[in-house]
Design a protein around this ligand. Structure first.
Ligand SMILES: NC(=O)c1ccc[n+]([C@@H]2O[C@H](COP(=O)([O-])OP(=O)(O)OC[C@H]3O[C@@H](n4cnc5c(N)ncnc54)[C@H](OP(=O)(O)O)[C@@H]3O)[C@@H](O)[C@H]2O)c1
Length: 259
């Protein structure tokens, strides 16, 4: 039987990338899931791939009114909730001096405020023995010149995770985090442009994207970028680990060893 924490799980960002891989890992282990995101299409694709075991709950977690009661709605759909994975995230690379105000606010809302508010809901809704997992980043502990806002938010998530772990402990509700390195998803396949630079034409975009991915690959001690499943495996473990709370698991192909 699958461990408690892994059987009825809500996953933000569950329609794409790492979130979708987490959904598939839970489903393969015999659980059922609710997946959220803003776009209905990726969520419906997960529903179609696993008929009867997935519920799609479109939600913009940056909206205070939309995220209110999200965990309770997921619990009602699944007949209880044991696990919560906060995987939704956004990044915009901008160096200091070029940090756009709207982008700053949006990144903080999705990457820091929403996980705190949803984590508070999880404390109320998760069944005893259940767990929440926050997807942080190695950029929480290692800065790029262009990642000030994203790095600050991902570092903040680690600290709020620890407070939630303490608050949840009396009911045996656990909170943990994973810190992925560079994982090959849409997020990494977005071209990093210089401030004010327009998007190049298609052939140039493709060539520069290839070079960007190759540069990132060359940094990896284990020789390849991460796959969403590499991270999903760690998330599934933490969801179901009964005596682990307040922990951070680095899943990064060894890139932090370079620092
Ligand atoms: N890829 C990497 O190298 C890497 C490394 C470290 C950490 N991470 C973290 O891993 C997580 C997953 O990212 P990914 O790499 O799998 O990229 P991704 O495919 O772009 O996933 C991001 C997900 O977040 C959802 N999302 C964004 N804004 C949202 C909002 N306002 N409300 C609800 N959902 C929202 C997106 O769905 P919609 O667009 O439909 O809303 C999407 O499903 C993120 O937290 C990211 O920061 C990624």
């Amino acid at each position: 039987m699958s461990p408690i924490g892994t059987r009825k799980v809500l996953i933000t960002g569950g329609g794409t990338g790492i979130g979708r891989a987490v959904a598939e890992a839970v489903l393969r282990a015999g659980g059922s899931v609710v997946v959220t995101g803003r776009r209905p299409e990726p969520l419906e694709a997960v529903v179609a791939a696993f008929p009867g075991r997935v519920h799609a709950l479109p939600c913009d977690i940056a909206s205070v009114s939309e995220r209110e009661g999200l965990l309770s709605r997921a619990s009602a759909l699944l007949g209880g909730l044991e696990g919560f994975v906060h995987c939704a995230g956004i990044v915009e690379h901008q160096p200091p001096g070029h940090i756009d105000e709207a982008s700053l606010r949006a990144q903080l809302e999705v990457n820091l405020v929403a996980p705190l508010r949803l984590g508070e809901q999880a404390l109320q809704v998760l069944e005893p023995g259940g767990g929440m997992v926050f997807v942080s980043s190695t950029l929480a502990v290692r800065a790029l010149e262009t990642s000030a806002v994203y790095s600050a938010a991902k570092a903040g998530v680690l600290q709020l995770m620890r407070s939630l772990a303490l608050a949840g402990a009396p009911r045996r509700v656990r909170a943990n985090a994973v810190l992925p390195g560079v994982v090959d998803t849409d997020m990494v396949r977005t071209l990093r442009l210089a401030p004010g630079e327009p998007m190049p034409s298609e052939p140039e975009r493709t060539a520069r994207m290839g070079a960007q991915l190759e540069r990132l690959r060359a940094l990896q001690p284990l020789g390849r970028l991460g796959r969403p499943e590499d991270v999903a495996e760690a998330v599934l473990y933490l969801l179901g680990a009964p005596w682990t709370t307040g922990a951070e698991m680095v899943v990064d192909g060894g890139i932090l060893l370079r620092e």
